[in-house]
Design a protein around this ligand. Structure first.
Ligand code: ADP
Length: 226
């Protein structure tokens, strides 16, 4: 069926893309020549395609319940701090401040650390990428009842209300032209949603045009914590 088809297609594209990438890298690193700008730009495109194909494969496997989540007790604070650290220097180039406002500790969930990290990476990346220069990204980690709540808020341009219901769909971009420039394929939030749901959690968005956007991820707290 369609889900198998997507998984098979993505899987089949991986090998030729990996070969292409390896060949380009060898050509670029050829010591006798200066790197050809065309090859460098091709390598970037191949890198982008590889990311899209990898994300599609992950989504298809999650749909088919063939994605092996390796669940363990995961403490979210260190992951959240590490994700923010990754984006701080990139954000600083545009005078955007990334900070952890509130941090409940311990805040642990029963989850796959790679998937959880990816969710937070995507949200903080978007909050930086779509922000305005000189803006802010405020992250918080809270505990409420039997849940852990992560919020990533930004002071970016906001998302017009009519787009919000479709925001988590695959390949959905608010501003098609501008988004393509920034490199996104519109799979990031779809992947976040699939990963969050694979952890029995929910993801929601609030946005006010001209003021900013906030994404909220709610996950069941790890049982040992209750
Ligand atoms: P992309 O790879 O294009 O970033 P995503 O699935 O992560 O794809 O996001 C989908 C679209 O939602 C983006 O193209 C962008 O238009 C919009 N978007 C996501 N996060 C934000 C944000 N924090 N502020 C404004 N727009 C956002």
């Amino acid at each position: 069926d369609l889900q198998n088809y997507a998984a098979d297609a993505a899987h089949e594209l991986r090998t030729p893309l990996a070969n292409l990438r390896a060949e380009l890298e060898t050509a670029i690193q050829e010591p006798s020549r200066v790197p050809d700008p065309l090859l460098v730009s091709l390598a970037e495109e191949v890198h982008r395609m590889t990311r899209i194909v990898t994300d599609l494969l992950t989504l298809a496997k999650l749909d088919l319940r063939q994605y092996a989540l390796r669940k363990e007790r995961v403490e979210l604070e260190p992951i959240l701090r590490e994700v923010c650290e990754t984006w701080i220097p990139i954000a600083a180039e545009r005078k955007i401040e990334v900070s952890v406002r509130e941090c409940a500790s311990p805040a642990s969930v029963d989850g796959d650390p790679v998937a959880l990290r990816r969710i937070l990476m995507n949200l903080v990346e978007n909050a930086v990428k779509y922000n305005r220069d000189g803006g802010r990204v405020d992250v918080s980690l809270r505990r409420a009842d039997n849940t852990i709540i992560v919020e990533v808020g930004d002071t970016g341009p906001g998302i017009p209300a009519e787009h919000l219901p479709r925001l988590f769909r695959r390949f959905y971009r608010v501003d098609q032209a501008r988004s393509r420039e920034t490199g996104g394929a519109g799979l990031g939030l779809a992947l976040c949603k699939s990963f969050v749901e694979a952890h029995e959690g929910t993801i929601a968005v609030r946005s006010v045009e001209g003021q900013g956007t906030a994404f909220t991820v709610t996950l069941p707290a790890e049982r040992g914590m209750l």
